[in-house]
Write a protein that binds this ligand. Structure first.
Ligand code: ACO
Length: 378
């Protein structure tokens, strides 16, 4: 018996060496899109050409979602939340009350998909229906886990006001709705991030739009993607005061841990979404007490990160200022990642439409780095 291939047999890794490989697919162009332009070097983000700052100032999430789905800018476009089908409610009622909201949302979308006709190719109507359903489902779970009954949608409310109403049972103030709307707008779309790429891979197999969003939610659940704002809150609680910031940051980095809300695969300049949300957070009526602490810690963190990584600009990302906005509108921190997922529904579903419109199965190659061909041990 031998571990080496026979002289005549082809080696299993032949022909691979010349093929380029980029770990994490960093820098690899894996598709084309007209939906958003993430200009990492200059800190610009455009949705269908429009600047994110302008969309936050003058748009609403339903108008932005419609822009992504159709290419048309209609600032008056409305999208009320949709009712939760009874089969989905049954599933949500069966979830343990300590289930993670991301797990509940992923499960709800999966159950919703089973109640719908979702033929290929996906349509704008399917995208709208799913985007309108998910806030109701998450709000229903949030109430059920604390022993309260879900609240039916109020069709007179637009999506953000409707979500808050179904969470709390009360009509939110205009300023609160505007702040959360801004958060949803900046979270709506962001190129080929990991969850969107997942949605496109699933769509490329001609699977349905609900499956694409279920996979995307699973991808976003990871702390390197969508879990950061909750951790920003924990992080600031641990820092406690501006005087302790430098010591805490240095100790954290010395342990090899990362500062949540900093760094980005694409942005080397300040994340324009963080800039837009910082403005919103500072203008909020009910600012969380630690917004001041957050801005002070940010200055120290940027200085220390620049010192530690002089060749790799690590700047504030969207999640850092998402935390004060979401706290300010009264959401519990464990709902942050799932609320981010609600916002990203517009982008995920728009990418599903774009992928389907010019579909090619996404199926890359892999370099085999295992054992050469060999005989099984006798
Ligand atoms: N804190 C400390 N060091 C960091 C951080 C950070 N937040 N981010 C990157 N680094 C360091 C890495 O340790 C690495 O150092 P090394 O070269 O000495 O090993 C170097 O910077 C490069 O980091 P990479 O991991 O190559 O960067 P990558 O592009 O893979 O990571 C990511 C991007 C995952 C966002 C990363 O910056 C991170 O973990 N940030 C913290 C989590 C976070 O804020 N996530 C939200 C991202 S925004 C979003 O998803 C919507």
């Amino acid at each position: 018996m031998t571990d080496s291939p026979t002289a005549e047999a082809p080696t299993t890794t032949a022909g691979q060496a010349s093929r380029p490989y980029s770990p994490g697919l960093e820098g690899v162009i894996a598709g084309e899109t007209t939906l958003s332009y993430v200009d990492g070097a200059n800190g610009r983000l455009l949705y269908r050409g429009y600047r994110i700052g302008d969309l936050v100032e003058r748009g609403t999430y339903p108008a932005v979602a419609n822009l992504l789905w159709t290419g048309d800018w209609d600032p008056a476009h409305r999208l009320p939340t949709a009712p939760v089908p009874s089969a989905v409610l049954t599933v949500l009622r069966a979830m343990p009350s300590d289930a993670k909201p991301m797990d509940a949302l992923r499960t709800a979308v999966s159950a919703w998909g089973a109640t719908q006709e979702l033929p290929w190719p996906p349509t704008v109507e399917q995208a709208r229906a799913l985007t309108a359903f998910s806030p109701s489902a998450l709000a229903a779970f949030a109430r059920l886990r604390s022993g309260k009954e879900p609240i039916d949608p109020d069709p007179s409310l637009d999506l953000i006001a409707g979500y808050l109403y179904q969470l709390t049972g009360e009509r939110a103030e205009e300023g609160t709705v505007r702040a959360l709307d801004a958060y949803f707008i900046v979270g709506a779309e962001h190129g080929f991030n990991a969850s969107t790429f997942t949605a496109r891979v699933i769509t490329s197999t001609r699977s349905d739009i609900a499956s694409a969003v279920v996979g995307a939610i699973g991808t976003m659940k990871g702390p390197l993607h969508g879990g950061a704002p909750t951790e920003v809150v924990d992080q600031l609680a641990q820092v406690g005061s501006a005087e302790h910031a430098e010591e805490w940051i240095r100790e954290t980095l010395a342990r090899g841990e990362r500062l949540m809300g900093f760094g980005h695969r694409v942005y080397r300049a300040y994340d324009p979404r963080a800039a837009a949300l910082r403005k919103v957070a500072e203008g909020m009526e009910h600012k969380p007490d630690w917004l001041k602490l957050a801005t002070e810690v940010e200055d120290v963190a940027l200085r220390v990160l620049a010192e530690k990584h002089p060749d790799r600009p690590l700047r504030t990302n969207v999640e850092y200022y998402a935390a004060p906005v979401l706290m300010g509108v009264g959401l519990s921190p464990d709902l942050f990642p799932a609320t981010f997922s609600l916002a990203r529904h517009a982008g995920w579903t728009a990418h599903a439409l774009e992928q389907a419109a010019n579909n090619r199965l996404i199926r890359p190659d892999v370099n085999y780095v295992g054992s050469e061909e060999r005989d099984l041990p006798r």
